[in-house]
Design a protein around this ligand. Structure first.
Ligand SMILES: Cc1ncc(COP(=O)(O)O)c(C=O)c1O
Length: 407
């Protein structure tokens, strides 16, 4: 079997609209081919002879179903096929191994996924790679941290879980001037709501486990770039470390991708509504969501995001850590889980879950207080999501039950 059987997959897609690209579910087949791209569940591919130039040989190096996903993810950012990995962290590890050597330096936003911080601090530091963590909302902080040894700037915007924004275009200019690459973790927005490569980044980083797959069914990661040399190095690291996506998970991810634009726009609308309503609750000290930003951050949200701001928000309770730990035990619809991006609404206590391995001082510096809860808004009725959260609030701060909020 070869992906050559799907010849139109090789020609440029007839559309660059994310809705159309995603709905296709992978390369278009020809007469008699299945509408749903098949799962090619085979470790190896037969060859006619030693001179065979067949596209696939062994599924640790490449597989037709994985390639179908990679093509679609690349097309979404007008880039060559992505490189897909078993998980988001496997993708990040491959990126770091592809671009860094002992003695190199990384500039990383302070408010990134806790696993990214752990990877840099606990593993890369041991290989002699130093990281400076900076407030990436401040472009001058990034610029001042760059030095002759800096090879990579790594940002996550909106930041996790504080939802503050970094200026991708400014960071790209500064990184390029310093001879470093810029990588942007675009897991929360996906290419539907933000295009890092268009803004000057060298690599878009994805945990496809989150919004791209969208149904809490398959782990995955991907790196998208327009730099053929970098893509080649990333594929080489993947082949050498064995971190490729599995055919079944690639297939599940392709199915999830079909509805990504629809899900993300609807979930973003609901998130904006829930954020607005939580912001006026007396039990809530602060809500973090791009529509609530002001000044330069609000301007950045308008410039960088494509018509919506994503499905993730976070909020801090006046009752602090005790209240934040109690609320998840009282919700009936929202679920407590170390996850975002699915069709169901998920709550995370960042300090004890995603950021548990980040030292408390650094956690606080990154804005992750013990009273902060992250909410990934799903596809349920937004009114019911809000009602569930509101009924869970009073016990956490010992107040009377409030009236249900109205839209
Ligand atoms: C923003 C972000 N990037 C990367 C990752 C790592 O992805 P994975 O869990 O697929 O390894 C996560 C996981 O939660 C994440 O939220």
């Amino acid at each position: 079997m070869s992906i050559e059987r799907f010849p139109e997959g090789h020609s440029p897609s007839p559309s660059s609209s994310p809705e159309t690209l995603c709905a296709g579910g992978g390369p278009r087949g020809r007469d008699g081919d299945p509408l749903v791209f098949p799962i090619v569940q085979s470790t190896s591919f037969a060859r006619d002879g030693l001179d065979s130039r067949a596209e696939f040989a062994y599924s640790r190096v490449g597989n037709p179903t994985v390639t179908a996903l990679e093509r679609t993810l690349g097309e979404l950012e007008e880039a060559p096929p992505a490189v897909a990995f078993a998980t988001g962290l496997a993708a990040e590890t491959a990126l770091l191994l592809a671009v860094l050597r002992t003695g190199d330096h990384v500039v990383c936003g302070r408010a990134v996924y806790g696993g990214t911080t752990r990877l840099l601090q606990r593993l890369l530091a041991g290989l002699g790679i130093e990281t400076s963590f900076v407030d990436a909302t401040d472009a001058t902080a990034i610029e001042s941290a760059l030095c002759a040894r800096t090879r990579l700037v790594f940002l996550e915007t909106p930041a996790n879980p504080t939802l503050v924004l970094s200026d991708i275009a400014a960071a790209a200019r500064d990184a390029r001037r310093a001879g470093a690459l810029l990588a942007v973790d675009n897991t929360f927005q996906t290419a539907v709501l933000q295009r890092p490569l268009e803004l000057g980044a060298d690599v878009s980083v994805y945990s496809t486990t989150k919004f791209v797959e969208g149904h809490s069914a398959a782990l995955g990661g991907a790196l998208v770039s327009r730099d053929p040399g970098l893509l080649e190095r990333l594929s080489f690291v993947r082949k050498s470390t064995g971190a490729i996506q599995t055919p079944f998970n690639a297939w599940l991810t392709l199915q999830g991708l079909r509805t990504l634009p629809l899900r993300l726009r609807r979930q973003s609308e609901s998130a904006a509504y829930v954020a607005r309503q939580l912001a006026v609750r007396p039990e809530v000290a602060r809500v973090h969501y791009p529509t609530l930003l002001t000044g330069a951050q609000a301007e950045l949200a308008r410039r960088q995001h494509r018509g919506a701001h994503g499905a993730v928000l976070s909020f801090e309770l006046r009752g602090g850590a005790a209240a934040a730990r109690a609320l998840p035990t009282r919700v009936r619809l929202c679920r407590l889980a170390e996850h975002v991006g699915s069709v169901e609404t998920l709550l995370t206590h960042s300090a004890s879950m995603t950021h548990a391995d980040v030292p408390p001082d650094e956690r606080r510096q990154a804005g992750v207080s013990d009273g902060l809860l992250r909410l990934s808004v799903g596809l349920e009725d937004p009114e019911e999501i809000l009602r569930d959260l509101v009924q869970a609030l009073p016990a956490s701060v010992g107040e009377e039950a409030p009236c249900a909020a109205t839209r």
